[in-house]
Design a protein around this ligand. Structure first.
Ligand SMILES: [Zn+2]
Length: 197
């Protein structure tokens, strides 16, 4: 099955919105718009701070057992509320992506996982204000007790053959279908490079 790695939830080709940040976060001066590296960007004429708008690095963890996949239902008030997804979230500045995957899975499912491999990397154009770059990891359950938490209010095992519930992110749907059909586990984690072994 084909590897798809770019997903969009809106027509980003016609969207050229500049950031809605109006003031410099470093010195408080009002931003002006200036061209920098080929793009118009908010610029501070006092301290020369340039506000680069970049995708946000995130992780998603496929927790699979035989032909079953563990999904969480997104709680009211969260992005894509009521829809289902794999454990996922943004990488904190002081953590590596593997630690982020382990932490997000624990927070959202109560389960302890070890990270086996990198299944894929995806660009998700979710909204004009939110583009994520998601490292998709394969998790292996090593402990813990199933308990929904954080922005997840229900957990359920689904057969990867389908039908799957209404999914929050089209990337998840593609990844689950592809994993079920190919069983390709991707690139093994090189633990020699972990900061905290
Ligand atoms: Zn400034």
């Amino acid at each position: 099955m084909k590897v798809k790695q770019v997903f969009s939830a809106y027509d980003f080709t016609n969207n050229s919105s500049l950031d809605d940040l109006k003031y410099c976060p470093r010195c408080g001066e009002k931003f002006i718009i200036k061209e920098e590296s080929g793009k118009k960007r908010p610029f501070c004429s006092v301290c020369e701070f340039v506000h680069y708008k970049n995708p946000s690095p995130a992780v998603s963890v496929l927790v699979a057992k035989n032909d079953l996949v563990l999904l969480g239902k997104r709680a009211p008030g969260s992005f894509m509320e009521g829809k289902w997804c794999s454990p996922c979230g943004f990488i904190e500045f002081d953590e590596d992506f593997i630690t982020a995957g382990i932490r997000e899975t624990k927070e959202e499912t109560g389960l302890d996982v070890s990270i086996k491999s990198v299944i894929s990397v995806c660009s998700n154009y979710l909204s004009p204000d939110l583009h994520s770059l998601v490292v998709v990891l394969l998790g292996n359950i090593i402990g813990g007790k199933l308990c929904p938490g954080d922005d997840i209010d229900a957990l359920q095992w689904f057969n990867m053959a389908g039908p799957l519930p209404s999914m929050a992110f089209s990337a998840d749907l593609h990844i689950i279908e592809r994993f079920y059909k190919t069983k390709i586990e991707g690139l093994q984690i090189d633990f020699d490079f972990l900061l905290d072994k």
